[in-house]
Design a protein around this ligand. Structure first.
Ligand code: NAP
Length: 329
């Protein structure tokens, strides 16, 4: 039954969150992580009638919990707030029958079947695993990043760029992400400043050439952002020359931090294959180097990194798990 719509959020009245059975420790599928990938995997696994546990970690909802308006997730014509979207996804996942426990995984043992997943207080067993722990954008480490999170500081141009029409913006970083984000932002911004701590970009040559040819992009070499300030929202940044320590103030309406991401894969590092940056390596569709252990979303995908692609990967991993369990039970 579909339900009432209140503002942007679709509320399903009859879907009271199920209290998890804390004593139950054996499941068909254990999904680690509760962002769009984990919840979507949970929906598909539960609908396929697999007994499914989601261990949500310390930040249920993932990166979207830290965003404001989400305008590019299909199905919400007026957009939706990131935290609201994750609440709705969680309710939908629980309604399909998945058990969600808000606990953090501290260790895993994928050497033998059934696989073991440990939290600080419990040990769970799963016949199949989906890792959907996501990634976090690397931070500059400035107080202003916290103060102005969602108020001018962003880690995703695709998500937030459209909110900054005709404004001056600054992008921190010198890799492909920074150049890609800056180039994307020129669609909206009057000027995009790129601040890089060295005098050479790390980004690929073709991306560099495009950025150098773009009249809206200005480079600030050998500089770092050392302060972000404003009143309610970002109004300016202070740049510091890495060679001379000279400081300059730049008036900007938004700060986009694009200095890389860190996949949340540490707990799996001795169990499955990771690449040199810590991303999970997929071997056979969504399956990792261990048969029966699958991955979905930003923990393996450093290319697309969108809520909708993470959800898509969650669906794919769940379908692969269904096939795996059917063939191996
Ligand atoms: P990245 O290649 O690791 O680059 C990070 C950039 O941020 C570097 O320029 C680095 O400076 C700078 N940086 C790191 N920490 C910093 C700090 N604390 N303060 C200031 N600057 C800092 O990360 P990425 O650009 O996100 O790319 C990740 C991977 O995805 C790469 O393999 C990239 O090729 C790929 N990617 C590809 C595409 C594409 O092909 N379309 C798009 C995006 C990403 P230094 O240069 O001085 O180290």
């Amino acid at each position: 039954m579909m339900a009432a719509t209140e503002g942007n959020t679709v509320l399903v009245e009859k879907d009271k969150p199920k209290s998890p059975d804390k004593k139950k420790t054996k499941y068909d599928v254990i999904i680690i992580g509760a962002g769009p990938a984990g919840y979507t995997a949970g929906i598909y696994c539960s609908r396929a009638r697999h007994d499914t546990l989601i261990l949500s970690g310390i930040l249920p909802g993932g990166q979207l919990v830290n965003t404001t308006d989400v305008e590019n997730y299909p199905g919400f014509s007026e957009g939706i707030m990131g935290p609201d979207l994750m609440i709705v996804m969680r309710k939908q996942t629980e309604r399909m029958g998945a058990t969600i426990i808000d606990d953090e995984v501290v260790n895993v043992d994928f050497r033998h079947m059934p696989f073991k997943v440990l939290t600080a207080s419990e040990e769970y067993e799963g016949k199949a695993i989906i890792i959907a722990t996501g990634a976090n954008p690397r931070k500059l480490g400035l107080d202003g990043e916290k103060t102005f999170a969602g108020k001018g500081v962003s880690y995703c141009a695709t998500c937030d760029g459209a909110f900054f029409r005709n404004q001056e913006l600054i992008v921190a970083g010198g890799g492909d992400s920074a150049i890609e984000e800056a180039t994307f932002l020129t669609k909206f911004a009057s000027t995009v400043h790129i601040v890089h701590r060295r005098d050479k970009l790390r980004a690929s040559k073709i991306m560099q050439e495009r950025a150098f040819a773009n009249p809206k992009i200005k480079f600030h070499w050998n500089n770092e952002i050392v302060d972000i300030s404003g009143n309610q929202k970002v109004q300016s940044v202070i740049l510091k020359d890495t060679k001379t320590s000279e400081k300059t103030t730049l008036n900007v309406g938004g700060v986009f931090v694009a200095i890389g991401h860190e996949p949340n894969s540490k707990v799996f590092q001795n169990q499955i294959e990771l690449d040199k940056n810590g991303y999970i390596v997929l071997k056979n569709r969504t399956e990792t180097s261990v048969k029966g252990v699958f991955a979905a979303g930003d923990v393996h995908d450093h290319t697309y990194r969108q809520a909708v692609t993470a959800a898509g990967f969650g669906c794919m991993a769940a379908i692969d798990v269904d096939k795996y369990l059917t063939e191996n039970s």
